[in-house]
Design a protein around this ligand. Structure first.
Ligand code: SAH
Length: 196
């Protein structure tokens, strides 16, 4: 498949912040994603009290859902507005603290302690800062990453998961010559070469 037309496209962090400021966030859904509901058993695999990671989390409502089930949720999001909207829209009290290892980064944590959202670029994180995860919900994340950063993103994600983890990935299938993205088209063959 020809993804040549998207290969050099770059959406800057500034552009993402602007989307949030302008309310240009068509990717955000108020309803839980039907595929997470469908494959929840695959993600959990009979386990409870998991650490679940939401890369490029926005204000995904599924974070609250999984936390309410007793899991511990960690997200990363470049937009502080998105993070604050998440907590306020769910009426969750939170506290805010700096992340010593990353200059300028902040961590927002629900007072109950089971939702921690890092406000920084995902590329600033590593398992030594946020630990490793039993599960990943990757929706609007790999497909939002600039095509030139995909390899780096995938290597980081591999570093962030435990051996016995489940990784749910949502992609979109369409003709990349007809839309510029994001979401970008990531062919199955590329997913195989990125994640093995
Ligand atoms: N996964 C979410 C949001 C998808 S949109 C959902 O399902 O609704 C992609 C999000 O990634 C945007 O909110 C954008 O602000 C954020 N983002 C983009 N680049 C990022 C980066 N390098 N690090 C962290 N967040 C980033």
């Amino acid at each position: 498949s020809d993804v040549g037309s998207q290969k050099d496209r770059v959406v800057t962090e500034e552009e993402w912040l602007q989307k949030w400021e302008m309310g240009n966030i068509g990717f955000h859904k108020e309803q839980r994603h039907p595929l997470l509901q469908k494959y929840l058993d695959v993600l959990l695999n009979g386990r409870s009290g998991l650490r679940i990671f939401f890369p490029l989390c926005g204000k995904a409502v599924e974070m609250k859902w999984l936390a309410d089930m007793g899991h511990s949720v960690v997200g990363v999001e470049i937009s502080e507005q998105a993070v604050k909207e998440f907590f306020s829209e769910h009426s969750l009290p939170y506290c805010e603290e700096p992340v010593p290892e990353i200059s300028g980064a902040k961590m927002f944590q629900s007072t109950s302690g089971n939702i921690s959202l890092y406000c920084c670029s995902i590329y600033d994180l590593s398992s030594s800062i946020i630990g490793k995860f039993d599960g990943v919900w990757d929706r609007g994340a790999l497909v939002a990453v600039n095509p030139c950063d995909r390899q780096r993103y995938a290597s980081l994600m591999i570093n962030l998961v435990e051996k016995n983890s489940s990784y749910l990935l949502v992609t979109v299938s369409y003709d990349p010559n007809k839309h510029k993205g994001p979401p970008f088209y990531v062919p199955e063959s590329e997913i195989k070469s990125l994640f093995g």
